[in-house]
Design a protein around this ligand. Structure first.
Ligand code: ADP
Ligand code: MG
Length: 211
């Protein structure tokens, strides 16, 4: 039942019991008893592995708060074990709290989906459509997926390009630095990922000490 209809029904029930109840008074009481708790701030109380991480976390918290921003795409890059997957999940939770539709997939996983799609002659397209349609697509660990001829690069290109054209965001994490992205992928993919007008690139440093 939608909230307005529910409110009307409850008002008439309450009014049947107490004919002196005004709509204004009912609304006030209703809103007080149905107040939603504020969404948790996913970025508070996080352990912070280094001062640089602290400023990255602050930046990402603001990104989530202001989403969608003018340049909503992110590339979080840095060595393995620098906390990229961890924080991208915090970003996911934070955006989901705001009802943003976020899809998370590892690049490895995505290639499995591409392969299923190809093997079914395009019929098995549900997950592909999710990759295309969601508000934010998180691609974790780009560069660890298998390179399958006529599949991997073509589909990655298509998804990134469609999302850029339709102004839908992507967040990529990768162990590859921007130069290495150009080595591994077609120039048109690397450019779409790394161009300043498309994405904000954030380098993740090593942890200062074990977390
Ligand atoms: N802020 C944090 N608080 C607690 N644990 C963290 C934090 N950042 C990363 N970790 C942990 O450190 C390890 C490496 O982080 P991970 O996100 O997997 O790195 P990456 O994706 O860059 O390889 C994981 O076990 C992860 O849970
Ligand atoms: Mg990772």
């Amino acid at each position: 039942m939608n909230e307005e209809i529910k409110m009307d029904t409850e008002f008439f029930k309450a009014f049947a019991k107490d004919k002196t109840l005004s709509r204004a008074e009912f609304n006030k009481r209703y809103l007080e008893t149905h107040k939603k708790p504020p969404a948790p701030d996913r970025f508070v109380n996080l352990k912070v592995p280094s001062p640089k991480h602290k400023s990255i976390y602050n930046w990402l918290a603001e990104y989530c708060e202001k989403f969608p921003t003018k340049i909503p795409n992110l590339v979080l890059w840095g060595a393995t074990g620098t906390g990229k997957t961890f924080i991208v999940n915090t970003v996911k939770q934070s955006l989901t709290d705001k009802k943003v539709r976020v899809e998370y997939a590892t690049a490895f996983n995505m290639v499995n989906v591409f392969q299923k799609y190809v093997n079914s002659f395009g019929r098995d397209d549900e997950q592909i459509n999710d990759f295309l349609d969601c508000d934010v697509l998180i691609i974790d660990d780009l560069g660890t997926e298998p390179t399958i001829k006529n599949v991997t690069q073509e589909h990655i290109y298509n998804i990134l390009n469609e999302r850029l054209v339709n102004k839908r965001a992507f967040i990529i994490t990768t162990n590859l630095n921007p130069d290495a992205l150009y080595e591994r992928y077609d120039e048109r993919i690397a450019r779409r990922i790394t161009a300043k007008e498309n994405s904000t690139l954030i380098e993740f440093p090593k942890f200062d000490s074990k977390i």
